[in-house]
Ligand binder design. Structure first.
Ligand code: PEP
Ligand code: MG
Length: 608
């Protein structure tokens, strides 16, 4: 996070005084605070001054050339490829040092630029007596059109890579130069910024950027996150509506751009910026360390997050994604089922905030303790109509939700999870609804991720016992220990008087988890634990020893859990678990784990 302005400049801004040499004639009433909403591409808050990045219009010669000039034009094309390749290679070297994630992106462009088929097509066009730049434009635009109409968002966004290469070649062939007056501390506003623009502008001191075009999954957005450059993308006409020199606030968390902010707005964002900075400092170096055991086994850390703020907290704690969104919580606020459109809006916002990290959206788990006063009373609600059972009885609501989740999956970072599965048949029915929802979206010509992973929650003993068969149908498992314990031990999770019966360390529960892990391994699918047990301070070694490789916990627990994971030896954890599973009671297991932990903490090699 940055403040692009020095203190005195900042206070000038607070007083509404602009000092930039670039404060050219206003395009409209510039002095009024105005907000523009885009997509949050990379988090952070920056208060600074805008520089509008514009490119001069291209002059492409479309006239016929003489036959004797063909060789000359072909040579011009070859030189353009050669020169642009050298420039790109220089940027790649820069990227390898500063943003390794960008190097493959730029290498892909290098690959396109030197593609022999494309080169051959351009040479052939020139033989038809057209100029090199016209041939480049034609051939690249034809390829672009094909990709642009691809049903897949990913492919459509790759069309931008083609454009980047085309524009680089055309800049060279038509002697075009873009605005290169980027200076330290500025916020660049552009119609489109290519990954190499971002690399070069960052080198010149750009601290944030805003673009009109570009998807959340575009290489430019990926690069921004990797370079920690706050950015907002998809703001219509930003470059034409805002002048260079205008004071601007970029909120890369919420995707908001504010121009001519009022003093109180600047003060508010400055406070937010400092708060975020403090939080990041507090989390310290642990955020950046790998989540792995002392002997190198990777344990993926995910967050249970239901709000944008929680996703933010999860990201800044280094979570690898969101392992559980409890969608039924939306009902608390609304006191009714949300419409499909309301859901699309919410899930899309969550998915975009999490991007490129995966977001696991659980279908409504309504019923039992989550009836929100909306359902008729049942004699035994925990064993009644809830989760997948409820959804299968309320097809309209189920279909609306699955359509909404699919519609939010365009960027391919959404996963769907079905709650309270108790039989293979039930899960199959759930999958059939997903297929129907896909078909209806195709009929409506709506875009979605056709490969949306669908997982089963393992939170009933029957699901754990049938996990081999369920694993053949599911793309992943997530073990909901809160319910798994309740149903295995026939102990209401909300009943305080039987808290001693509701025992997370009960060997029956651990055996069911083990059985689920083995079934997942048999089917070669990932398995996570997303119930509270995942974050239990004494459970880490046991869960790792049972073979769990993914834990999903509330964001505030992530770093503490990572610390414990890093202190755990996988080999020791397997031994501990094998021995613990020989014991007869939860109490014995707790004691055994505690004494093993005491011993290992005394070992000199264990300290972080
Ligand atoms: C669980 O049962 O462990 C779980 C994560 O789901 P919920 O707590 O929402 O029932
Ligand atoms: Mg549950």
């Amino acid at each position: 996070m940055n403040t692009a302005l020095e203190h005195n400049e900042l206070s000038a801004l607070i007083q509404g005084v602009t000092t930039s040499r670039r404060s050219s004639a206003p395009k409209s009433d510039r002095r009024k605070e105005k907000r523009f909403k885009g997509l949050p591409a990379s988090p952070g808050i920056v208060i600074g001054r805008a520089i509008t990045h514009t490119t001069e219009p291209l002059t492409i010669r479309t006239n016929s050339i003489a036959a004797q000039d063909v060789a000359l034009e072909q040579e011009r094309f070859r030189t353009a490829v050669h020169e642009c390749t050298s420039e790109l290679q220089r940027i790649i070297v820069m990227a390898q040092e500063e943003a390794p994630v960008a190097a493959p992106i730029l290498e892909a462009q290098l690959f396109i630029m030197n593609d022999p088929t494309v080169g051959e097509m351009i040479q052939q066009r020139i033989e038809q007596l057209i100029t090199a730049e016209y041939a480049v434009q034609q051939v690249f635009d034809e390829h672009h059109r094909i990709l642009q109409h691809a049903p897949d968002t990913y492919l459509r966004e790759r069309a931008m890579d083609l454009d980047n290469v085309k524009n680089r070649l055309l800049d060279y062939l038509c002697n075009r130069t873009g605005t290169r007056d980027v200076e330290a501390g500025c916020i660049v506003l552009g119609s489109v910024l290519t990954p190499s623009d971002v690399m070069l502008f960052k080198k010149s001191g750009m601290v944030a950027f805003v673009t009109e075009l570009s998807g959340i999954a575009s290489h430019t957005a990926i690069l921004a996150r990797s370079l920690h450059l706050p950015s907002v993308i998809g703001v219509p006409n930003v470059a034409s509506r805002i002048n260079s020199g205008v004071p601007v606030i970029i909120d890369g968390y919420a995707g908001i751009v504010i121009i001519h902010p009022k003093p109180e707005t600047v003060a508010k964002y400055e406070r937010r910026r400092i708060d975020f900075e403090k939080r990041e400092k507090k989390l310290g170096r642990l955020t950046k360390l790998n989540s792995q055991t002392s002997d190198g086994r990777k344990i993926h850390l995910f967050a249970n997050a239901d709000t944008l703020d929680e996703i933010e907290e999860a990201r800044s704690s280094g979570a690898e994604g969101v392992g559980l969104v409890r969608t039924e919580l939306q009902l608390i606020e609304l006191k009714r089922l949300p419409t499909e459109e309301e859901q699309v809006e919410w899930y899309t916002e969550l998915a975009e905030r999490a991007y490129p990290l995966p977001l696991t959206v659980r279908a409504f788990d309504i019923g039992s303790d989550k009836s929100f006063g909306m359902l008729p009373p049942e004699p035994n609600p925990a064993l009644g109509l809830r989760g997948l059972r409820f959804l299968l009885k309320n097809r309209g609501a189920f279909m609306g939700q699955i359509r909404a989740i699919l519609r939010a999956s365009q960027h391919r970072n959404v996963r769907l999870m079905l709650p309270m599965v108790t039989s293979v048949q039930e899960f199959q029915k759930g999958l059939a609804i997903v297929e129907q929802a896909k078909k209806s979206l195709r009929d409506d010509e709506m875009l979605f991720d056709d490969n949306l992973p669908v997982g089963a929650m393992i939170e009933t003993p029957s699901a754990a016992l049938m996990a081999r068969e369920l694993g053949a149908l599911a793309d992943f498992f997530s073990i909901g220990t809160n319910d798994l314990i309740q149903y295995t031990l026939a102990a209401d999770r909300l009943n305080a008087s039987i808290i001693n019966v509701y025992d997370s360390f009960h060997p029956a529960v651990l055996r069911l988890i083990k059985m689920t892990v083995e079934a997942a391994q048999f089917n070669n699918i990932p398995v996570a634990v997303c119930g509270e047990f995942a974050g239990h301070s004494a459970a880490t070694e046991l869960l790792i020893g049972l073979g769990i490789e993914e834990l999903s916990v509330v964001p505030s627990v992530i770093l503490e859990l990572k610390k414990r994971i890093r202190k755990t030896s996988y080999t020791d954890a397997v031994t501990l678990t094998t021995e613990a599973l020989q014991l007869n009671t939860g109490i014995e297991i707790r004691k055994y784990v505690a004494s093993a932990f005491k011993k290992s903490s005394k070992s000199p090699n264990k300290a972080e």
